[in-house]
Design a protein around this ligand. Structure first.
Ligand code: HPA
Length: 283
């Protein structure tokens, strides 16, 4: 059968994508990083970069949003091999959650062990100010869908995967320690994932606050669920690019979200570099 046709299984399509990527890699990365809105610049500094546009990888979805470059960048961060997504696709673009999480399936088949998910998010907890970084301790899936809905392929993971510990406590601790070491402020918090694309109303943010969410965004949750389904180790870091609706009186604007991402680039990069080094040197 021709490759890439819809009747092949998700697993086979992910294998095909993984083979295509592996053929171009010069390293064997264990750490994958998904770079969120305004945070893609991190991959621009990789040593020995290999860049693969998503449209050259069979089955990879293409981002339709400004500020989300669509390519994989493999390379080294202080000699540690990593694989990064410069830009991701979102549920709000019209993709199914299976499509949104297809790259994560591929990463597992490529042999990656640890997934670092980053995103831009609105701050709900008032202790999180604009430009702050939040380590995700847990999430609330309010997207109205689940990436595991549909037939389960046991080669990936179980039908009913446990979600008691989605975000590795050891990795959370490691981020907090690295932040201390470089004098950056991070706090742990719960990420509420909504479908978007409209930003929330103040009433919705009020509701989210009462549900226990510290920050809100439109990504990360599906990727984290799929990663845990396959037993990848997950770390989540949110960049608080704006205060959520009604927390501040300011209207929310995508350009501001991107600009804040750019402003924290230095701290974000330094933190992530340190985190990659610490993950790599764990025994
Ligand atoms: N809401 C949802 N998603 C976001 C926000 C927000 O305020 N800021 C950045 N991504």
């Amino acid at each position: 059968m021709a490759e890439g046709v819809a009747s092949t299984s998700l697993y086979e399509r992910a294998e095909h994508a993984a083979r295509t990527i592996r053929a171009r890699l010069t390293t064997e990365p264990r750490i994958a990083i998904v770079l969120g809105s305004g945070l893609g610049g991190f991959a621009d500094d990789f040593e020995e970069p290999v860049r693969i546009p998503y449209n050259e990888i069979p089955g990879f979805p293409r981002s339709t949003v400004e500020g989300h470059t669509g390519r994989l960048v493999a390379g080294k961060v202080d000699s540690v091999p990593v694989l990064a997504m410069q830009g991701r696709v979102h549920f709000y673009e019209g993709y199914s959650l299976e499509e949104v999480t297809f790259p994560i399936r591929t990463f597992k088949l490529l042999g990656l062990k640890t997934l670092i998910l980053t995103n831009a998010a609105g701050g709900i907890n008032v202790q999180l100010t604009q430009g702050a970084l939040m380590v995700i301790s847990d999430h609330v899936n309010l997207m109205g869908d689940n990436p595991l809905r549909g037939p389960n392929d046991d080669r990936f993971g179980p039908r009913f995967p446990d979600m008691s510990t989605v975000y590795s406590p050891a990795l959370q601790e490691l981020v907090v320690e690295e932040a201390k070491a470089i004098g950056a402020e991070v706090r742990r918090g719960i990420y509420g994932g909504l479908s978007g694309p409209s930003y929330e109303t103040p009433a919705e943010i009020h509701l989210l606050r009462n549900l226990g969410a510290d920050a809100v965004g439109m990504s990360t949750v599906p990727e984290a669920i799929v990663a845990r389904h396959m037993d990848l180790e997950v770390l989540g870091i949110s960049c608080i690019t704006n205060m959520a609706a009604g927390i501040s009186d300011e209207p929310i604007d995508h350009a501001e979200v991107m600009a804040t991402g750019d402003r924290v680039r230095g701290t974000f990069t330094e933190l992530l570099r340190g985190v990659v080094a610490r993950i790599n040197s764990r025994v």
